[in-house]
Write a protein that binds this ligand. Structure first.
Ligand code: XCC
Ligand code: SF4
Length: 626
């Protein structure tokens, strides 16, 4: 089967059908551009090229024949470490800057400068305030308390603290280990900036010390920026609760105005969701011949509004171009991250209007309509109105929605999980102790044209649940699992007998959607709570993480904070580190002595499942469980 065959590119039905149609129409996709890049540069793939200064660019010959040092004298270890560390810094910066944007909204809400936004979960705000040591009695009203929480967490970005606030959630043994290693994250911006500094020519030239700071930078993301993003989103938009919805290209409606929301930050999408329910706009839609206004999500913005509002999900990363090719999208509204710059041009083949909304994210062939808290509600209303007005421009003959949607259940925040278990971790702990559930694994991350679309996620997860391992998922992995039917109650049939019993008792699917990529911290919070209630370290738990199809710098940061938090992590795509045997050795085995967990790289999801099952069993054994 050639790479050009739709079936070799994706396992999904909607993907295959749409790719076939796009090929016929001569519309290019990420897969075509990927092929045009082949073969990739071998130096870059191995992590052996450096362009950190203009004495270079330099590259190290992996066969030991050509240059073994850059102009400055940096060797393979230094160059690979610097490159990897800059990836971590970029990933941590992305999640954390998203977190900061939410704090700014919370601050604006507290000052009455963000009409349209509100505190949707007062209880969570109060819990956070108490956790941060802010006395509610010192604040007459809720808004002033919100302001205090925002200010306190804004301090986590700076350089004046010894540790970010949420390290208080870290189990004692883990924190002691970080202290010993000197990798407690001090300030989010500080660690990222320091990483950029250390990787400048002539600063940190010890690959081990670079990588340790890499872990600290990643921890500043996991226990800092991402955690802030999730917690404040919960305060502003509500803590997710189990909710039914649907997924795949079939969520687009032939007879309705379709607005697709893409990116990561719920700030814009939540406002659009409100506007789309406006009676006058629905009336206008009817006048234009549509039976309603239909919202659908993509990537993590999609996950955010799916988790909280049950808004259907059109697809994951590699489906973002294919959605446009339905010809049924009146408007796509994007914020930031994972939005291919190809989208605007592709949309020109259709009537679709493309709107960028973030001050910091611009794209070719998109109209820029910037969102700010003060005017967000009005702009959202205006955009939905324009989308409705675009409906008559749709070319009916070009509309192609190839499949029916698949049902899913989403919305499993830690709070919701606890509630399902009668506000106690005991049912989960008991199920693990008596072996009904062998362990739990986070299957997370992106799509990547290097891997057959969704194949890695669905294959790995299928194997894990069949072996009585509960799967929690986020990001684009969650969409893959949803499309494969793994997020329905009846998917319990595909689980092993123990997990099946637990799912049926609690009325949950065997694959639980915990949210977007910043929501990976929900997994950290749950793991920390489990470790605390057993009096052990996170690394003692029968848990693991996997990113079978990852592509982004953010995924590198997530994988690194998972490992630094004690969670064994299997990557399905090889990171650009193979040029340094020392670094490969450290990351895949040496780290065990350092942080009690390692990475593994395994592109075959069946073999990745074997690795994870063996890991879970060894952890069970060490805990004295059979
Ligand atoms: Fe990756 Fe995050 Fe992007 Fe999807 S959207 S491609 S980072 S999994 Ni979050
Ligand atoms: Fe070359 Fe060193 Fe400059 Fe990198 S930092 S480009 S290895 S001289």
């Amino acid at each position: 089967m050639g790479l050009k065959e739709p079936a070799s590119r994706t396992i999904t039905e909607d993907g295959r059908l749409m790719l076939a149609r796009m090929a016929k129409e001569g519309i290019e996709t990420a897969w075509d551009r990927y092929e045009a890049q082949l073969p990739h540069c071998g130096f870059c793939e191995l992590g052996l090229s450096c362009r950190n200064c203009v004495m270079g660019p330099c590259r190290i010959d992996p066969f030991g024949e050509g240059a073994q040092k850059g102009v400055c004298g940096a060797d393979a270890d230094i160059i690979v470490a610097r490159n990897l560390c800059r990836m971590i810094a970029a990933g941590a910066a992305s999640h954390s800057d998203h977190g900061r944007d939410l704090l700014e909204i919370l601050k604006a809400v507290s000052e009455g400068k963000a009409p349209g936004y509100t505190i949707r979960d007062e209880a969570k705000l109060r819990r956070l305030a108490a956790e941060l040591g802010i006395n509610a009695d010192d604040h007459g009203d809720l808004l002033s308390l919100a302001g205090a929480v925002a200010e306190r967490l804004e301090e986590d970005f700076g350089t004046r603290k010894k540790a970010v606030s949420f390290v208080k959630r870290v189990p004692e043994k883990r924190l002691a280990l970080w202290q010993k290693l000197n990798i407690v994250p001090r300030g989010i911006d500080r660690e990222v900036v320091e990483m950029m500094h250390r990787t400048h020519m002539g600063v940190d030239n010890d690959w081990k010390s670079l990588l340790l700071h890499g872990l600290r930078t990643a921890l500043a993301d996991g226990w800092g920026g991402s955690m802030i993003a999730t917690e404040i989103s919960d305060v502003l938009f509500g803590v997710p609760k189990p909710v039914e919805s649907s997924v795949n290209l079939g969520v687009l409606k032939k007879d309705q105005v379709n607005i697709v929301l893409h990116g990561h930050n719920p700030l814009v999408s939540e406002m659009i969701a409100q506007a789309s329910q406006d009676e006058s706009l629905l009336e206008l839609a009817r006048k234009k011949g549509a039976s309603g206004i239909n919202l659908a999500g993509l990537c993590c913005t999609g996950n955010e509004i799916l988790m909280r509002r049950g808004i259907p999900m059109a697809g994951n990363h590699l489906m973002t171009e294919l959605v446009l090719a339905t010809g049924a999208v009146e408007m796509m509204i994007v914020d930031y991250q994972c939005i291919m710059p190809a989208l605007g041009d592709l949309a020109r083949c259709y009537h679709t209007r493309m709107i960028s909304t973030s001050e910091k994210a611009r794209f070719p062939h998109m109209e820029h309509r910037e969102f700010h808290p003060e005017g967000a509600r009005e702009l959202a209303y205006q955009l939905v109105k324009e989308a409705v007005e675009n409906f008559p421009n749709r070319i009916a003959e070009r509309v192609y929605i190839p499949v029916e949607p698949v049902k899913i259940i989403s919305g499993f925040s830690v709070e919701a999980l606890l509630e399902a278990m009668g506000n106690s971790l005991d049912p989960l702990l008991d199920a693990v102790k008596n072996g009904l559930i062998k362990g739990a694994v986070g299957v997370v991350g992106c799509n990547n044209p290097r891997i057959r679309h969704d194949f890695g996620h669905v294959t790995l997860t299928g194997r894990l649940i069949a072996n009585d391992i509960l799967v929690v998922d986020t990001g684009c992995a969650a969409v893959a699992h949803g499309k494969a039917g793994l997020k329905q109650l009846k998917a319990a049939e595909k689980a092993g007998p123990g997990l099946r019993k637990v799912c049926e008792t609690l009325s949950i699917p065997p694959v639980l959607h915990v949210g977007s990529c910043v929501d990976n911290i929900r997994i950290l919070v749950l793991a920390a709570a489990l470790a605390n209630s057993l009096g052990v370290d996170i690394s003692d738990l029968p848990i693991a993480a996997a990113a079978p199809e990852w592509y982004s710098e953010k995924a590198v940061a997530i994988a690194c904070y998972a490992v630094a938090s004690g969670i064994y992590t299997v990557l399905g795509v090889t990171p650009p580190i193979m040029g340094s045997r020392n670094i490969v050795g450290l990351l895949t085995s040496g780290l065990k002595e350092v942080v009690g967990a390692t990475f593994a790289v395994e592109s075959d999801p069946e073999r990745a499942a074997d690795l994870i099952i063996a890991h879970v069993n060894s952890k069970r054994k060490a805990l004295g469980l059979s």
